[in-house]
Structure formats: structure tokens, C-alpha cells
Design a binder for this molecule. Sequence first.
Ligand code: ZN
Length: 343
Amino acid sequence: MRIYPNCLKTTLFASILLAFSCTDESTTSPTPPVTDAPVAIYVPAFNADSAFGYVQAQVNFGPRVPNTKAHETCKNYLISSLKSYNCSVTAQTYTVTAYDTKKLKGTNVIAAINPTVKENRILLSAHWDTRPVADQDNQKQTEPIDGANDAGSGVAVLMEIARVLQTDTTFKLGVDIILWDCEDYGQPANSGFPNMEDSYCLGSQYWAKNKPIDYQPKFGVNLDMVGAPGTVFYKDGVSLQYAFGVVEKVWKAAANAGFGNVFVNNTTGATMTDDHLYVNTIAKIPCIDIIHHDASTPSNFPISWHTHNDNINAIDKNSLKAVGQTLLQMLYEEQEIIKKNAN
Ligand SMILES: [Zn+2]
């Protein structure tokens, strides 16, 4: 019943519902008005072609492994692109020590939309570095992967959202887009090094311990592996534990945007260690993870996860569209909620 693909049809659908409810009330019985109808609000279209281009651009630099040339050039590309959309961009630089004792030079790229708004800011994030090894592949395990999906896809969705939001002067909400670094340098099995706890997500851990902001965002949404064909998202355990209301909000927005079939109304039964964990536990900001769950694989991640098949051919514009449009829907619905609460 709620399958409608874009903002125009959302509005149309709501109008039809309201029309029916009025007709019912005036001509037949005193049926109460429909209260759970999607609100007829303007939501701009998310351009999946544009988002795909951002995935391609990242992959073209080569694997974005910390301390490499490709990593550096991609960082400059992300910063200059976000600046070109008039975002207020800052680079949080740091050095972290990886499981293999290497010192990684990291940069969290932070783009603020409506930076003067200090209340009710929303955090959107994804990691922009890529895995240095293909430890889930049968071949070339020591070589780095393209990371088109993990997590070029999430970065691409957020780049497109930044571009779209900055073209809409009616959008007044404060949004912080954070592109984490040093997420995927985590310790592989049988690495030969002593076990290191929390070896993934070093950039978000650093940010959470050294927040470069003087306010507390209201909530956060992290994206990871959002571009594979046939992607579906389940509600993960950490998200439900720390940010139940945010899960409900985003899944509802997905249904309203016509992507209830992608955001499945079920749980993974798993707890996900991803950047959102540290935003919740260290930064104390309720944050959820939108991450591909595939129950048919041993890892429960897409089959291309941490393999050389995680390349541009593993990206489907339909998946990018579902996530990007859902996030836009959520942001514009949130703007309405805040407006109503202010009145
Ligand atoms: Zn990964």
C-alpha cells in the first residue's frame, strides 16, 4: 500500500488519502480522519546517477588506504567537492596506532550544512578509507581492495545529499556530514600480531574522544555498504539498544519514501561493531547503522565484502537511490517535526 517511489508521489498519495477521508466523513459514517497518512511535504529527489559518479570518482583514485598517495588525493577531492557545494568543511587530522603497530595518518572530513544552527543538528556519516587487505578473498589476500561498496557507496550517498541540500534555501536544519577515516584497518584473523581490541573504527573513536564541536548533535545515522545490488537493511542490535527511536524514524521515512521493501521491518539478531557503536558509547549521541545484511553468507555481509569483487561492478544505482531518498525523506520530515514543536 505504501509503495510510492518519490516525493511527488508521496504528496499525491497523501492528497488522495485526505480526499478519501473527507469524502467518507461527509457522505457516510463519522469515520475518524486518517492520522498515519504520510505528511505532504516537499522532499527533493536524490539523484542516483550523481551518487554513482561519486563512487566511481573515489574508486578511480585507487584503494584509499591510510598513508598512501591515493588516500591523500581522495581526501583532497572530498574536501574540495564539499566546499564547492558551500558546505563549511573542516579536516580533523590525527595519528592513530593500528594493530600492526603502524602509525596511521588519518583525517575525518567534516562538512557542516547550516553551520550557525546549533540546536537539533543531525549527524550523517560513513567511512572514506578502504580495507588494506582482501582477507575474505581466495586470491591476492594481501592486496588492497577497491572498496566501492565498503564504503565508497556511503560516502557517495552523503556527497549527493550535501549537494542537494545546499541547493535548497528552504532547508534550515543543521546537518553534520562526517566522513570517517581509518575505519577499515582492523585486525584480520591470524594476523600474527597480539590481539587488539577495537582495532576497527579508529577515526570515529578518535572523533568521539576529541569532539571538535561545542554542541551535541540530536542523533546520528551511519552508512556502511549501501550500494550492492539487492541490498536490504535490517535493524541492528546496537542501533536498537542505543537509538531505538532513530531506527523507527528512519524506517518510517523509508516506508514513506517508498522503500519499505529495502528497509526491512525485522532485526538482524546481531550487534554490529561499526562507527555508530563509538558514537553511541563514547560520544553519547544516539546513532544507528544502515548496513547491508545478507543472511545467506557466512559473514552476514554481502558476498563481495573484503574481497576484490568489491569494485564498481558491485554497485547498483537502485540501492544508492533507496538509501539517499530515505535519508532526504527523514531530514525533511525531521524539519517539519522541529517546526511544529517550535510553534
Ligand atoms: Zn569494511
